[in-house]
Design a protein around this ligand. Structure first.
Ligand code: PMP
Ligand code: GLU
Length: 376
């Protein structure tokens, strides 16, 4: 029998999802596992958003919708971007996708030709590299400054004649770092000097602590060449809805929409009505969740420092990124085996020697996890 796709066989599975699944399996087998592995808010989707989706179902919003998303949601996203993110967007510059993950893969499919290079700034989230590889491109890894987790001039060294795109992600998964204005300016200058596209993954924009979130597309003329990716999973605790979006120049959105038409058609019609309620409704729920994440961040980071661990800045998202001695994969396995605490090894994010702790769980769970980690 002939072999299957070499391109797909060569991909690493998603470490974030595999470890979370392993923790769930252990829990089903009767182990008292605390999972600090997956990046998923533990809150329920706010009631007014769920109600809007149920109303849509009752109204019969159960048919195919326009492929780039229902006009009400595209308009709400364009308004939100123009109001909050420092650059103007119209409906035509928006595509609603099945999660931010789907927006990222469509962006890669739309932007890359075979052999085009995409620069990823390490540590970086697990799914960027596979998205590039599936689209037929190649990845060039470049580290951020390991002291500050900011971008410095050395980024220029990663640019080759084949470079087509740079991916930035602030607040960062896995480091929790928030990029400063200088980092963004460096990326903007390099993109403009070398005629590159930028993909700015801003899915954690609402989860910043004592810092300000900036959008790459707000920097001089960057809206012309930036694909801003965002979604509902983190800010509104809507992971299972599979709802995200991209904002980009119409010439890029048109190409992404063709990929969408030929693959998923569009996100689930009634789920998109939940998205409208999320963006148009009261934003107090977002702030309430942010405050709770901040309390947990304060506890976890202080507890880790108290145990002698060094952490990355932890200014955003809901991850503490912790430096460990020796092999992170082995330490992660030991924490799971001996403490029944699941975390994600930094190696999954191209950062060996680190562990990612997701603090998107109750303070009670976090206290118990810290107690167990201290014990091993
Ligand atoms: N980008 C980053 C950095 C993430 O952590 C996630 C988490 N899943 C995503 C994109 C995708 O989010 P979703 O597909 O759930 O919208
Ligand atoms: N982004 C989250 C994480 O990093 C969810 C899982 C995933 O989609 O990778 O854990």
């Amino acid at each position: 029998m002939r072999g299957l796709s070499g391109k797909i066989a060569g991909l690493a599975p998603s470490a974030t999802i595999e470890i979370a699944d392993a923790a769930k399996r252990m829990a089903q087998e009767g182990f008292d596992v605390i999972s600090l592995s997956i990046g998923e808010p533990d809150f329920d989707t706010p009631a007014h958003i769920r109600d809007a989706c149920i109303d849509a179902l009752r109204r019969g919003e159960t048919h195919y919708a326009p492929s780039a998303g229902i006009p009400a949601l595209r308009a709400a996203i364009a308004e939100k971007i123009t109001r909050e993110n420092g650059f103007a967007a119209g409906e035509e510059e928006v595509i609603v996708t099945c999660g931010a993950k789907n927006a990222i893969s469509e962006a890669m499919e739309a932007a890359l030709n075979p052999r085009d290079e995409v620069v990823l700034l390490d540590p970086c989230w697990v799914s960027y590299e596979p998205a590039v590889q599936i689209a037929g491109g190649r990845v060039r890894h470049h580290p951020v400054d390991p002291e500050t987790f900011q971008i410095d001039d050395s980024l220029l060294e990663a640019i080759t004649p084949d470079t087509r795109m740079i991916v930035v992600n602030s607040p960062s998964n896995p480091s929790g770092a928030v990029l400063d204005e200088r980092s963004y300016r460096l990326v903007a200058d390099i993109c403009q000097d070398h005629d590159l596209i930028a993909l700015s993954d801003e899915i954690y924009e609402k989860l910043v602590y004592g810092r300000e979130h900036l959008s790459l597309a707000a920097f001089s003329d960057m809206a012309e060449r930036t694909i801003t990716v965002n979604g509902f999973s983190k800010a509104y605790a809507m992971t299972g809805w599979r709802l995200g979006y991209a904002v980009a120049p119409v010439r890029i959105i048109r190409q992404m929409n063709k990929v969408q038409q030929h693959t998923v058609s569009h996100p689930t019609t009634f789920a998109m009505w939940g998205g409208v309620a999320a963006l148009k409704g009261d934003q107090a729920c977002v702030e309430a969740m942010r405050l709770e994440f901040e309390r947990r961040r304060d506890y976890v980071v202080e507890a880790l420092h108290g145990m002698g661990y060094e952490t990355a800045p932890a200014d955003g998202a809901f991850y503490a990124f912790v430096k460990v001695e020796g092999d992170d994969l082995e330490t992660g396995r030991r924490w799971l085996r001996e403490a029944h605490v699941a975390v994600t090894p930094g190696s999954a994010f191209s950062a060996p020697g680190w562990l990612r702790i997701s603090y998107a769980t109750s303070l009670e769970n976090l206290r118990e996890a810290i107690r167990r980690i201290a014990a091993v």
